[in-house]
Design a protein around this ligand. Structure first.
Ligand code: 5AD
Ligand code: SF4
Length: 452
């Protein structure tokens, strides 16, 4: 099932009942995509798992004495320049918990029964703790690099990296394995960069991070991304602040409140939900439900009623049934998105979902994607249409395709075309919206409101 050839050796010792034998097989399955192939020889293993049982009295002591032997193998391997990760799973792990690591410090991780599916995550975390990246041979996730590279040549808008990495371990995603843990730049460094951008004419910064709203960099102006936004909003010239990408789990009250209070924070939020089915969300390890996401959106709209919402959606995740897909459409109808990014599930080597049963046929994915896109397109058009007749502040960024035309952005990130003189590039100007298409708006300057 795995697409990766084994590059690492896994030794599993199973104690006790048939349940444990079954669990050991599942552990081997979830570890296969990470490049682990089985070995019978623990002395050459990169990863040793003791899948324990404490049905009999002496079982726990037996595990500790076995761990003593394995520690010697680990020491021997280290002396030869190789690492060995030791994991304790099963009932003894459940009963003793962290105590195991206190009694035998060579143990790297402890995983209870029913938690074997967390092994890839736990192993990645333990490798990170040693400063190693797991499976550097994965194809790098190009999306984020592309985003950062897409800097606007005119210098009116700029991307500013504030956070990297991800601790969320969505089961479809390679980022937590390839990019390492969540890390935030100190706020003072970010502020210095934003000031220098502003001096060069930048009016809008988009704060970037794989989990940007998990931002927790050192900042004496207040916690988290909300505090950072407040700090950057005070910089002369920085009139607009955006951020991407966010996780629902990190959308805290302070950030929601900031959307109602910080004028520079633009009313646009990219908050991926991935699916509207709780069963699928659980299999994705998203740590939210459809209901909790919808409640969160309600709270955000209470703080900022006009906020435009965007999301990421995946169709055809393993095990997705028609009813799950319908639940996604239902959530979309409930939330009403201004824009969206849609994906067919793709098996990424090394991710837990790549080894899950119930992989979905390509034609089913295609059909679901088409229906998903049709609904989201309809919502995007309706959102754009709802701006017609309104006057929006537009930050002009560059010359348009036709002579005398400029292109800018509305607060809601819509592209806006208008006939306007070049000197308005870099300025925020009221534009009366006259027409809307799926991807953009067209309008005219409201001269009366904007004296020369
Ligand atoms: N298959 C399909 N979509 C994926 N994404 C990430 N990994 C996968 C995958 N294996 C999508 C998610 C994420 C966005 C950046 O890319 O929707 O939010
Ligand atoms: Fe992290 Fe986003 Fe990937 Fe989930 S989809 S693991 S939150 S980068």
């Amino acid at each position: 099932m795995s697409t990766a050839a084994p590059t690492k050796r896994l030794y599993i010792k199973t104690y006790g009942c048939q349940m444990n034998v079954y669990d050991s097989e599942r552990m081997a399955d979830v570890l296969a995509p990470l490049g682990y192939g089985m070995t019978d020889d623990p002395t050459h293993a990169d990863l040793v798992v003791l899948n324990t049982c404490h049905i009999r009295e002496k079982a726990t002591e037996k595990v500790y004495s076995e761990l003593g032997r394995i520690r010697e193998m680990k020491d021997a391997r280290r002396a030869a320049g190789h690492a060995m990760t030791i994991a304790v799973a099963g009932c003894v792990a459940q009963a003793e918990g962290e105590e195991i690591m206190r009694r035998q410090p060579a143990v790297d991780l402890v995983v209870g029964p029913q938690a074997y599916h967390q092994l890839p995550e736990l192993i990645a975390r333990s490798h990170r703790a040693r400063g190693e990246r797991l499976a550097a041979d994965f194809a790098p996730e190009a999306k984020f690099d592309a985003l950062a590279a897409e800097r606007n040549p005119t210098g009116v808008t700029a991307f500013l990296t504030v956070q990297e990495g991800c601790d969320k371990f969505c089961t479809f995603c390679v980022v937590p394995y390839t990019r390492g843990g969540e890390w935030s730049r100190p706020a003072a460094d970010i502020e210095a960069e934003a000031r220098s951008l502003a001096e060069k004419g930048v009016r809008e910064v988009t704060l970037l991070g794989q989990n940007v709203n998990a931002y927790n960099g050192a900042n004496d102006e207040g916690e988290g991304l909300a505090g950072l936004a407040r700090r950057l909003a005070r910089i002369p010239g920085i009139d607009r602040i955006r951020y991407t990408t966010s996780h629902p789990r990190d959308m805290d009250d302070a950030l929601i409140a900031a959307h109602g209070e910080v004028e520079a924070l633009m009313p646009y939020l990219h908050l991926p939900v991935q699916s509207g089915s709780d069963r699928i969300l659980k299999a994705m390890n998203r740590a939210h439900t459809a209901e909790s996401y919808v409640r969160l959106i309600e709270k955000i709209r209470l703080a900022r009623p006009d906020i435009a919402l965007s999301g990421d959606f995946i169709v055809g995740f393993p095990g997705e049934r028609d009813a799950d897909f319908e639940a996604t459409l239902q959530l979309i109808r409930e939330v009403n998105y201004a824009s969206a990014f849609t994906f067919k599930y793709s098996r990424r080597p090394g991710t837990p979902a790549s080894a899950m049963p119930g992989q979905i046929a390509e034609d089913v994915k295609d059909e679901r994607l088409a229906r998903l896109n049709a609904l989201l397109d309809e919502q995007a058009r309706a959102f754009n249409q709802s701006q017609v007749g309104k006057t929006l502040p537009v930050l002009f960024e560059r010359a348009g395709r036709y002579p005398g035309q400029l292109i800018g952005r509305s607060p809601y990130l819509q592209a806006v075309h208008a006939t306007a003189p070049d000197h308005l590039i870099g300025q925020i100007v009221p534009v009366r919206i006259e027409s809307a298409a799926r991807m953009s708006l067209s309008g005219a300057l409201t001269q009366a409101l904007e004296p020369a």
